[in-house]
Design a protein around this ligand. Structure first.
Ligand code: KG4
Ligand code: ZN
Length: 337
């Protein structure tokens, strides 16, 4: 029997809705919020308001593009957390309203598991490669940096995570130091192509096990730039590309060091990356290069599945549905889970 699922994602600053038939994506609509750019970061209150404005047109468009009416839905999958509480509340409340009015079961999804499960989305016109269980996933986003051991869609274990900043945060905060627009990751990625990564050296952490830390790198970047600007007011302008290239290389080095170690220790050689930072070209190239050297099968998400999207939430919801894991109407969003 075919299962049709509506996915709703509203954890941060993208309002998204998607429809999947089993694991095949029929639509995936994303409304990004430009309101935050002028503040250099996401303002939670403004994000909630924008979600409230976007959610009905986004869901309506996703259903229309898929050619599915609400009464044909088998389940509504929604992001319960982690994320901004006010943002999550918009998606969760809408899911409840739709569930009550059309008598459709609800399935809650963990946003981070959604990113990981994005590797199992099928497209109507072409098949994408899926990792085999168990695999390791380097999950790198604006709020999280983790190495996750994935034994099944229901069984995931975080074996390493950051003790301070996330990788995306390091990109975004260093971009701010260089007066680059938010979000900084994509801008740094672009500028890094024209720069010399060996022009600067920044601090690398020494953390036990598979843990990460990016706050030392951030501080070392800030001090380097501050000291040099004191000598030459045009320092940033003249060295932007080199700074970006060196910063990106350092972040990628830090990420790969622990990922390689985790693969060696566990013997797992199906390696995936996910989350907003998995769009980074330096990271993607390096994962592929290490994979060739080490006999990994590497899985890089399509660009449209790297940043927040509802297709990954619907896909995760599909597996929960198949496992009879439903939510009741008293479910509440959770900023941290
Ligand atoms: O997963 P995501 O869309 O949202 C969170 O759940 O946090 O990730 C957003 C993060 C931001 O920090 C952004 O700067 C970063 O992903 N990002 C990138 C690139 N594209 C997005 N970082 C580095 N290189 C990129 N090309
Ligand atoms: Zn995310």
């Amino acid at each position: 029997m075919d299962i049709t699922i509506l996915g709703i994602e509203s954890s941060c600053d993208d309002t998204s809705a998607a429809v999947l038939r089993n694991t095949t994506m029929l639509s995936n609509v994303i409304a990004s919020q430009s309101v935050h750019v002028k503040y250099g970061g996401v303002i939670p209150e403004l994000a909630s308001r924008a979600h409230q404005q976007n959610i009905i047109p986004v869901i309506d468009t996703a259903l229309k593009e898929a050619g599915v009416s609400p009464d044909k839905l088998d389940a509504i999958a929604f992001t319960r957390g982690p994320g901004l509480l006010g943002s999550l509340m918009v998606g969760v409340s809408f899911a409840k309203g739709l569930s009550i009015s059309h008598n459709i079961p609800m399935v809650e999804v963990n946003h981070l598991q959604g990113h990981i499960m994005s590797h199992f989305i099928d497209l109507p016109d072409r098949t994408l490669p899926h990792p085999a269980f168990p695999f390791l996933c380097l999950l790198v986003s604006g709020g999280h940096t983790q190495i996750v051991r994935v034994d099944s869609p229901y069984d995931m274990q975080i074996i390493g995570s950051t003790i301070d900043d996330a990788a995306g945060e390091a990109f975004d905060k260093c971009a701010k130091v260089m007066n680059l627009p938010y979000p900084g990751g994509p801008v740094i990625d672009k500028l890094a192509h024209e720069g010399d990564a060996s022009a600067f050296r920044f601090a690398k952490p020494r953390i036990e096990g598979y843990g990460y830390s990016f706050s030392g790198l951030k501080t070392s970047f800030l001090y380097t730039v501050r000291d040099r600007v004191a000598e030459d007011a045009d320092f940033i302008e003249k060295n932007k590309a080199d700074l970006c290239a060196a910063l990106q290389k350092t972040i990628v080095d830090i990420l790969l060091d622990k990922l390689i170690r985790a693969s060696k220790d566990t013997g797992i050689r199906d390696i995936a990356i996910a989350g907003g930072v998995s769009a980074n070209s330096g990271l993607r190239e390096r994962v592929v290069a290490e994979g060739e050297k080490r006999g990994w099968r590497t899985f890089l998400p399509e660009f449209k599945f790297t940043t927040d999207n509802a297709a990954m939430i619907a896909l995760s919801g599909y597996y929960r549905y198949m496992n009879n894991e439903f939510s009741t109407l008293d479910v509440a969003p959770a900023a941290r889970i």
